[in-house]
Design a protein around this ligand. Structure first.
Ligand code: URP
Ligand code: ZN
Ligand code: ZN
Ligand code: ZN
Length: 514
């Protein structure tokens, strides 16, 4: 039986496609410009048994080695997507890409690892973890886990410790939105921040004021605005700014690093920039939909077209005072300088149609796992906004550092995993639901063309994408355990000691006697 995913086979389990698994375990990439976040140079890269064995000019090899000519092309670390939701149960349905189809799509777009969000089962972290281990059995690409925290008690607190010390999880997400579902209050957030700090785990926040969003939704329905545009109108940027500011201040109060997921507004971006300028350890994660789109699609007269743009926080309007695409790009490259994710959370037309009469029922989420590397290249590098070394940093290296898997991932260095892409800057791409590899029947980036094409993807030493063909099989992907206490935690203990010694001595008072 054929377990390959290929253009012809439309998925796996097709016995007629005749695609064979990648040839040799030894690969030589010749003559390309090897780009790392810190440096770029023309060199050969030699791969053996899934690991980078040599990076230097003029490597000589025997004829048992597969040779790829990369002359005139860029040889870079495979992308790492810090934010995805594969096979996630959400809003009464499940995302349409599972661990196989979503990862196959990722590989076709030059991403070789992603970190997915484990959602607890009825608040149980261990049950959630087991569920995701099951979902990931068909993985064809390396992956790691974040975990959401949706309630608080002693068991959750203990399970967080188990996840960090035994299960390879070093980050937890707190949703300040989705009232009545995933949302947590400030009391829980504070407990979570304290626990994260003690474990050396990174606290992540979905920053929107869920109570106010609920109010905004009621307001729209009362006004008779029930279509997808009501989604954006009900949760304006001020609610994202408020929650971002609140989370940043609470993280400062606890003195622990903070990661704000899917930053979509200038309000939020400015809060993050201000905190970073003052020295606070805050990471802002823009997502590719926010970088290249604006909200105009939500006003499309066709419901399905409009509904495909529904995600939270919403894709914002372009223009004065709002987070235009350009402002987002400028803010991103000049201020936050961290990393870029996707929040790949795909729901097809049938699922989006759940909200045909009420935008509150449209499953929230857009695609991006396959498109990120191309869109960031075209939008940021081709336009001259960032350098190629910064491209590597924001698509791969910084994510590896933040989640403590660098330099095993995120670098082309001797000893690193052989997760490598070859990008041809003179080739071009065009995005369409008819040619993408996700199971989604739509694409929020439909029709976008640009320069630069990932021509080869190598994942753990296997050539999985070449000549427009995917060669992957379920089960080839491996779980990547992530250790706590990343670089973001360096010096936190010293700052705590300084804080304690700075407290004024308590006042000695005489007890009143009667
Ligand atoms: O709309 C979104 N962002 N869906 C995915 C869940 C989340 O909030 O990340
Ligand atoms: Zn096939
Ligand atoms: Zn979120
Ligand atoms: Zn998300």
């Amino acid at each position: 039986e054929c377990n390959q995913f290929c253009e012809a086979g439309i998925g796996y389990g097709n016995s007629e496609c005749g695609v064979s698994s990648s040839s040799s375990s030894k690969i030589l990439i010749k003559g390309g410009t090897v780009v790392n976040a810190h440096h770029q140079e023309i060199a050969d890269v030699y791969v053996e048994d899934g690991i980078i064995a040599a990076v230097k000019p003029n490597i000589k090899v025997g004829d048992d080695v597969t040779v790829l000519d990369a002359t005139g092309k860029f040889v870079m670390p495979g992308g790492i997507d810090p934010h995805t939701h594969l096979a996630m149960e959400f809003m009464g349905t499940e995302t349409i890409d599972d661990y196989f189809s979503g990862q196959a799509a990722a590989l076709a777009g030059g991403t070789t690892m992603h970190i997915d969000f484990v959602i607890p089962v009825k608040g149980s972290l261990s049950a959630g973890f087991e569920a995701y281990v099951g979902k990931a059995k068909k993985a064809c690409m390396d992956y790691g886990f974040h975990m959401a925290i949706t309630k608080w008690d002693e068991t959750v607190s203990k399970e967080m410790e188990i996840m960090v010390k035994e299960k390879g999880i070093n980050s937890f997400k707190f949703f300040l939105a989705y009232k009545g579902a995933l949302m947590v209050n400030d009391e829980l957030l504070l407990e979570g921040l304290k626990k994260c700090k003690s474990l050396g785990a990174l606290a992540m926040v979905h920053a929107e004021n869920g109570d106010a969003v609920f109010e905004g939704q009621k307001r729209m329905i009362e006004l008779g605005i029930t279509g997808p545009e009501g989604h954006a109108l009900s949760r304006p940027a001020v609610l994202e700014g408020e929650a971002t500011a609140r989370a940043i201040r609470l993280a400062a109060f606890v003195n622990t690093p903070l990661y704000i997921v899917h930053v979509m507004s200038i309000d939020a971006m400015e809060e993050i920039a201000t905190a970073r300028k003052s020295g606070q350890r805050v990471i802002g994660e823009p997502v590719v939909s926010g970088l290249v789109l604006d909200d105009s699609g939500l006003w499309d007269p066709d419901f399905i077209t409009a509904a495909k743009f529904v995600m939270s926080p919403p894709i914002r309007e372009s223009g004065h005072g709002k987070l235009s695409k350009l402002a987002c790009q400028q803010g991103f490259c000049r201020i936050t300088k961290n990393l870029v994710g996707t929040d790949h959370c795909p729901f097809n037309s049938t699922q989006k149609a759940f909200g045909i009469d009420d935008f509150r029922k449209i499953p929230n989420g857009v695609n991006g796992i396959e498109e990120r590397m191309h869109l960031v290249w075209d939008t940021m590098v081709e336009s001259g906004q960032i350098s190629i070394t910064d491209y590597v940093r924001i698509t791969s290296t910084e994510c590896a550092r933040i989640f403590n898997i660098y330099p095993r991932k995120g670098a082309i260095l001797v000893g690193s995993d052989a997760d490598i892409i070859i990008l041809n800057p003179n080739s071009s791409f065009e995005i369409s639901a008819t040619s993408h590899h996700s199971r989604l029947d739509t694409n929020v980036f439909e029709g976008i063309r640009g320069k630069g094409k990932v021509e080869v993807t190598i994942a753990r030493g296997r050539i999985v994408w070449e000549n427009g063909q995917l060669k992957v099989a379920p089960g080839e992907g491996k779980y990547v355990e992530m250790r706590p206490f990343s670089y973001l935690f360096g010096g936190i203990d010293k700052a705590d000691a300084k804080y304690l010694s700075s407290l004024r001595a308590p006042v000695k008072r005489f007890k009143a006697t009667t």
